[in-house]
Design a protein around this ligand. Sequence first.
Ligand SMILES: Cc1cc2nc3c(=O)[nH]c(=O)nc-3n(C[C@H](O)[C@H](O)[C@H](O)COP(=O)(O)O)c2cc1C
Ligand SMILES: [Fe+2]
Ligand SMILES: [Fe+2]
Length: 387
Amino acid sequence: MPGSAFRYVGVNDHDIDLFEGQYQVPQGISYNSWLILDEKVCLMDTVDRRKQGDFLSNVKAALDGRGIDYLVVSHVEPDHASSLQAVLDAWPGVTLVGNAKTFQLLENYFALGETSRLVVKEGDTLPLGEHTLTFVMAPMVHWPEVMLSYESSEQVLFSADAFGRFGAPDIAPSTEPEDWDDEARRYYLNIVGKYGPQVQAVLKKAEALSIREILPLHGPALTSSIPHALEMYRKWSAYEPECDGVFIAFASLHGNTELAAEHLADILDSKGCPEILLADLARDDMSEALACAYKYGKVVLCASTYNAGVMPFMEDFLHHLKAKNWQKRTVGLVENGSWAPMAAKTMRAELEGMKGITILEPVVTIKGALKTTDEPQLAALADALMQ
Ligand SMILES: Cc1cc2nc3c(=O)[nH]c(=O)nc-3n(C[C@H](O)[C@H](O)[C@H](O)COP(=O)(O)O)c2cc1C
Ligand SMILES: [Fe+2]
Ligand SMILES: [Fe+2]
């Protein structure tokens, strides 16, 4: 936390079953919000209305009788803005600060009427006394209205959803790479993974700033780990793999394709593959499987044929990968079918709609049970993966 003018007034949510209606958050999630107490009092975002009561108590306690002059809305998404009306009701006279798009989107959620507003654009500043905010537009780093705020006297960047993490800081406070990366990666690419070029544009703007602390809207604040986090964001937004290993994702109706996937993993291991990870797309978490597809440079898709197509869990995985703009990877294919195998053809057609995907030869076809006669094909695919 920066100087004493900054007060954290956010909340942790350990009751939520699925974040954004789809993501498991076993360590919960936080909705972060801060007060800057200077000559002017500025509230940085609100929280999900799920935790509105706790949030209002936090704000009240931190204000210690003072009012609020400004409420900066970095992001209109309800996990951050759905307590806005409650703030306006409790502290009338607040001026909302946002860009033109912010107000356009806010009107979809609230009847703002005569509420006082300050419309800002790229580079505009808001003096608060000793502290000054400068606004940095970050369109599509997650929604079109997203903006970051840079406080120059303490060199603090309020980064909106960027640099956030699944996991509430009360039980997941560490920003060391071994603690931060996995849930930051799963968060990043599921939430903003589709928008790599927009994230790169913001990273360029961030390079021009001297940053001592990053305060994201979810998860812990970043200080000493800022260079590492920036490097991970550079990689993720460029769709560059982090690791040289092989990720094997399988979808198997009766277990034979699963056996083939496991056998391929054994062969790769015997050939000295540095890292091998398997995922069962029917049982393992889909958002985690997507994160692994981003982490690894080489991915093998193994699937049973299903009604002249591919098993639905694999189809679903491919649709998710496409929706997240997954690209620049080397892919191996293993199909299984008992009478007319079609899984590889179906998977290939999906992959051809993605950028920079190289499909390795051979494409392995298994008919029913895994047999010793399948061995040479799997060994040849393993060799191709080890090239
Ligand atoms: C509902 C259902 C539909 C299937 N459709 C096909 C198909 O269209 N063509 C085919 O060759 N095999 C089809 N199969 C056979 C599977 O692909 C078969 O389970 C596979 O050969 C063995 O791999 P597994 O044990 O991993 O499922 C189907 C199986 C089921 C249960
Ligand atoms: Fe968001
Ligand atoms: Fe968010």
